[in-house]
Design a protein around this ligand. Sequence first.
Ligand code: NAD
Length: 355
Amino acid sequence: MVESFEYNPNPGRVVFGQGTLQKLPDEITRLNLSAPLLLSTPQQVGQAEQLKEILKGKIAGVFTEATMHTPTHVTDKALEYAKSQGADSVISIGGGSTIGLGKAISIRTGLPHICIPTTYAGSEMTPILGETAEGIKKTRSDPKILPGTVIYDVDLTMTLPASMSATSGVNAIAHAVEALYARNTNPIINLMAIEGTRALASSLPQIVQDPSSAEARSSALYGAWLCGTCLGSVGMSIHHKLCHTLGGSFNLPHAETHTAVLPHAISYNAPKIPDAMKKLAEALPESNGDAIHGLNVLLEKLKVKRGLKDYGMKEEDIDKAADIAVSNPYWNPREIERAPIRELIRRVWAGEPAR
Ligand code: NAD
């Protein structure tokens, strides 16, 4: 029997393919816009310049100072620039950091936001914005934060280095995994979570072997879209909360932290989520019916670092992290208890494989 559920699809428009960047002028016309402000990080100025060319210079300007964690002082600077140039929209080209800036400007001004993602993090599909002010990262959710149009162009992901592709892809899989056991999950999101995990788990090892494979890149970006949709649609629990705590408190890199934590977070919840574990195992190649084993095999193939100590987390931070992790209660399939959570964090810190 199908259990009762509620499903709230998000209204964003998606254009997917290879070479889809060329469709941007049509999209701007469709939305009746004429002066977009282009946003990028300093590392992706080249891609912002490519946009400017496609738009034949008909832009309000280019702001290339997007940075991790969406600091509000950068947003304030970009806002001032947008106003001085008479921007009527924003276009973010990049990963979660640049998209975060686009969301921050859009929610403050009401300007339409077109997103062109170049990683697998999934922010483009969510109504969620995390911002940092005076060292504290706060997250909020508002339907108005969701970008209106998302253009996925496989070509733009070809330059994402293999190691970053691997961790960014596992970051995406984490959204799907937690969607499988979310309190408000539903059959549609389950389909997307399984298909997204399948697409990424099969293509990421190919990308690590051959980053120039357009076929693998296309499959990974498709998977990232599905997984991002899961993140934007249902509630996340222990895995995302822990990554938020660890990343925010100890300044650890986003995708790498997700990669190190994921098998351990699933292992913590495993006794309470037999159905999700079964579905996940089916979506992971070489799992032999065991989702944790399947994930360990995948991470092995991706040659990623497994321990947060490799990213500068100190041993004495384990207790601090455990204290923070149990201090803010939230829903999770298994109760959050300090002793097993501390042991989970210790294993993640040391890089021991999950069991
Ligand atoms: P990122 O945006 O910080 O990008 C990392 C680096 O890779 C940057 O220097 C960027 O310029 C570069 N880069 C990105 N794409 C590239 C490409 N194709 N080729 C070469 N270089 C490229 O990384 P991210 O993991 O995408 O985003 C992380 C941030 O996004 C975090 O702050 C996280 O909190 C946020 N995030 C938010 C949501 C949400 O729903 N609000 C979801 C996921 C992530």
